[in-house]
Design a protein around this ligand. Structure first.
Ligand code: AP5
Length: 218
């Protein structure tokens, strides 16, 4: 069983790496961002409530995201393990996750912390394009689609996320520093943290993640 958390600032490559880890371990990715965006698209009551927070780059209230993750972890496909991407994002969320997992007699095995410098995060996020139909993610420079503005996998029209405008990105990065970065020390103190350089090719970073989680606990 592999229970993983991918931790790191917006744009560091959590979603990109999670997709490869799904293939490697055959366990699901739980992206609170993806779940919230689906709720916004479907205009569910949760989505309507979350939209304003997300568009401005603020965090959605803890109680909402904790509820989402608790429900998702109880689903049978998480039995073999899971990859949490974008959760937890506050110490309160991390404490709640510990409680939920303790109730299931489970725990976190590794927290992979990815980092790159701010200028690179801005480059990655301003150039990101996403397919709203199938969820594929591209980058205008680093991972361009074969034909401009069309998804290679399903031909859907690619979009720029509402929160990938420069001013909103800068706010998201501040929110990360203030509310999420303290989790590095939180998980370091529990002996779960694996720090991985997020700069390099997608494949090289994947290899570093795999060797970091296969290394003995320090
Ligand atoms: P969420 O969707 O989780 O966004 P995020 O954490 O800000 O992360 P991103 O999806 O922006 O980046 P990523 O690290 O996955 O990078 P990616 O792989 O796409 O959250 C959105 C919002 O939802 C939040 O602001 C908040 O409002 C709400 N929310 C979600 N979870 C919440 C929670 N727990 N609590 C409260 N609120 C919550 O890569 C980025 C780009 O870089 C792509 O274009 C990719 O192609 C490119 N790229 C990736 N790797 C490389 C590489 N090695 N080299 C070059 N380019 C690369």
């Amino acid at each position: 069983m592999t229970n993983l958390i991918l931790l790191g600032p917006p744009g560091v490559g959590k979603g990109t790496q999670a997709k490869l880890l799904i293939e490697k371990f055959g366990i699901p990715q739980i992206s609170t961002g993806d779940i919230l965006r689906a709720a916004v698209k479907e205009l569910t009551p949760m989505g309507v409530k979350a939209k304003g927070f997300m568009d401005s780059g603020a965090l959605v209230p803890d109680a909402v995201v904790i509820g989402i993750v608790e429900e998702r972890l109880a689903q049978p496909d998480c039995g073999k393990g899971f990859i949490l991407d974008g959760f937890p994002r506050t110490v309160a969320q991390a404490d709640a996750l510990d409680q939920v997992l303790a109730g299931m007699r489970r725990g976190i095995d590794h927290v992979v912390s990815l980092a790159v410098e701010k200028a690179e995060l801005l480059r990655r996020l301003t150039g990101r394009r996403a397919c709203p139909k199938c969820g594929a993610v591209y980058h205008v420079e680093f991972a361009p689609p074969k034909s401009a503005d069309r998804c290679d996998a399903c031909s859907g029209e690619l979009i720029q996320r509402e929160d990938d405008k420069e001013a909103t990105i800068l706010h998201r990065l501040t929110v990360y520093d203030e509310q999420t970065a303290p989790l590095i020390a939180y998980y370091g103190g529990k002996g779960l943290l694996r720090s991985v350089d997020g700069l390099g090719t997608v494949d090289a970073i994947q290899a570093s993640i795999l060797s970091s989680i296969e290394a003995p606990t320090r």
